[in-house]
Design a protein around this ligand. Structure first.
Ligand code: ACM
Ligand code: ZN
Length: 575
């Protein structure tokens, strides 16, 4: 009896000691777990599983696209570890689980097995990205690396908070090559974004080949020069431009689609159209001549709303755009037709006989609202055309001024009010407020150390603090489809600078888009950034270290994580 008692107590003691050790090891694991965006449901288990030369089994019922995504993960693992995977034995087991939603995934790593389940491409892509972020950062590189190739034992069930998780790219003000655009998509993939909003046309350059209007790229894709720095009246006299052929656009769309990313094209209308007017001056109220703009700001010249040829033009352009881009949504712009800082200015629409005739025909009363009513007419007509092709429109929040036809989605950029108003009126909305999500804004207050920029102040922590449902009328929350950050490129001439503005702010964006409210935690996010910087180094992507006090593009002394860690150690700066 006594013996049994001792034995029983010893067992209990052992159990307690083991549990304490397990808890300590699990909480240490939780501390070092640095996946961004943080998965929504993680259980930390004891131990780790080696993945070097592990087996990979892929359920044959998984669709071709998802198998290709898993294949890219396996390829990255083999390259980084320098060891081929095997067909059988302990290791990865990728399984189709039709009970999961298209963006959900499940990972269970235990007893030398790594079970991965999803039902569709996006789920498999996100599972692979989570696995990659749990491994040494070298998995994002393209060479063999010496590292501890193990995965921690965990169970993860994960799904995004918002369906629409976007990042915008302006390729009009400055032009990005196909390779640079694909790299942009690669970082979006790493952080589980699913929509690229491609701003393809603007006053400073038309970037999309339209076969029925060839002058759009022959003339509209090129400007004679660009203003220098903040001096809008200067000009460097250097011809600048470029455009994407339809084949190149399709290549980017396919590349994104393989990674679960939809590309939404934007043809900004009826404003921001000077490049098109330079190509086809008859589409403007005055007939021109116009020149592709070499300065930044809001151009007074826009498409004439009274000329039927303009609608033929828009329908012709949008038909080709819809033929190239399979996205459910087509973005038709609608912003800044009139300068909000020049309320009393006289615009071509005020003076144009064709626009006046259109207003009379529509019964629009003269007055300060007349212009907005005429813009409503243009929006509604284009929306009808886009809808007739089975697609839906998105427009900047100016489209809400006046009447807006049912079925339009509003992109709230002038703060959060547009989104609040749209949702309350029953329209879907995407939140992109400049107050939190304009990545062309400065990241530090020490502007003298930063490259020339548009202004503003948007450090990483402010981005992270954004809560998309704040202020939304109770009951209208479901109209908020999701969140996007915008990256306008007037002041961003190089890819190095583009990536510097994008990262790590896009990582903060990813947690706004993905993480449930209770999973967001800036301290935990901040502690994960060291690993993210290593990942970006491995990818060869630039990023800002303003959040670590190393301000500016030329962030000396470090250009890679090892040098940076050394610098930080010596200077007592934390990751
Ligand atoms: C915008 O920033 N003009 C939408
Ligand atoms: Zn006109």
């Amino acid at each position: 009896m006594e013996l049994f008692f001792i034995d029983h107590n010893m067992k209990r003691l052992l159990l307690i000691l083991t549990s304490v050790a397990m808890l300590a090891s699990c909480s240490k694991k939780a501390e070092t777990f640095s996946v961004i965006p943080m998965p929504n449901d993680v259980t930390f288990l004891r131990g780790a599983v080696s993945v070097k030369g592990a087996a990979v089994e892929i359920d044959p019922s998984i669709d071709k696209e998802s198998r290709a995504a898993v294949g890219r993960f396996v390829q990255a693992l083999e390259t980084a570890t320098g060891v081929k995977t095997k067909a059988d034995g302990d290791g990865f087991d990728f399984k189709l689980n039709p009970n999961l939603g298209p963006e959900q995934y499940y990972i269970e790593i235990e007893d030398n097995d790594i079970k991965v389940e999803a039902s569709a491409l996006n789920g498999f892509v996100y599972a692979c990205e989570t696995l990659k972020q749990m491994l040494p950062a070298a998995i994002y590189g393209n060479k063999k690396a010496k590292a501890d190739w193990v995965l921690p034992c965990v169970k993860i069930f994960d799904e995004p908070r918002f369906d629409y998780r976007g990042m915008h790219l302006d390729c009009s003000r400055h032009f990005w090559t196909i390779e640079e655009t694909k790299r942009y998509i690669d970082v979006m993939t790493a952080y589980k974004l699913n929509t690229l909003h491609w701003h393809l046309t603007d006053d400073q350059g038309w970037r999309i080949e339209i076969k029925s209007y060839p002058r759009l790229t022959e003339v509209g894709a090129w400007r004679d020069g660009t203003c220098i720095g903040n001096d809008l009246d200067s000009n460097d006299g250097i011809r600048y431009g470029g455009f994407y052929t339809q084949a190149q656009l399709r290549e980017v769309i396919a590349y994104a689609a393989e990674r679960g990313i939809t590309v939404i094209p934007e043809v900004d209308l009826p404003g921001h159209m000077v490049a098109a007017l330079a190509a086809y001056p008859e589409l403007g109220c005055t007939g021109g001549p116009y020149k592709v703009w070499g300065r930044w700001g809001i151009a007074p010249d826009i498409l004439c709303a009274g000329n039927e040829e303009v609608f033929d033009f828009l329908e012709g352009v949008l038909s080709e755009v819809m033929d190239i881009f399979p996205s459910e949504y087509i973005h038709i712009g609608g912003d800044e037709c009139f300068d909000p800082w020049k309320k009393d200015a006289v615009y071509p629409w005020d003076l144009c006989p064709k626009c006046a005739a259109r207003m009379r025909q529509l019964g629009i009363k003269q007055g300060p609202e007349a212009k907005h009513s005429l813009q409503n007419y243009v929006t509604a007509r284009v929306q009808k055309f886009v809808n007739s092709k089975g697609r839906k429109i998105i427009g900047w929040d100016e489209i809400l001024e006046g009447e807006l036809a049912e079925g339009a989605t509003v992109m709230s950029w002038r703060g959060i009010e547009g989104g609040i108003k749209a949702a309350a009126k029953g329209f879907d909305a995407i939140m992109t407020p400049y107050t939190f999500l304009y990545f062309d804004y400065f990241q530090s207050r020490e502007r003298d150390k930063e490259p020339v920029g548009i202004g503003g102040y948007l450090p990483l922590e402010n981005v992270y603090s954004y809560e998309p449902l704040d202020g939304i009328t109770p009951g209208a929350e479901d109209h908020i489809l999701g969140v996007q950050a915008n990256l306008w490129t007037e002041y961003i001439p190089s890819n190095e600078h583009l990536e510097y503005m994008l990262l790590p702010r896009m990582c903060a964006l990813s947690e706004i888009q993905w993480c449930n409210r209770d999973k967001k935690n800036y301290t935990r996010f901040d502690a994960s950034l060291g690993h993210t910087f290593e990942i970006l180094d491995a990818m060869g992507v630039n990023y800002s270290l303003d959040c670590r006090g190393l301000i500016g593009l030329d962030r000396k002394p470090a250009r890679n994580a090892a040098e940076l860690a050394d610098y930080m150690e010596k200077n007592k700066v934390n990751w």
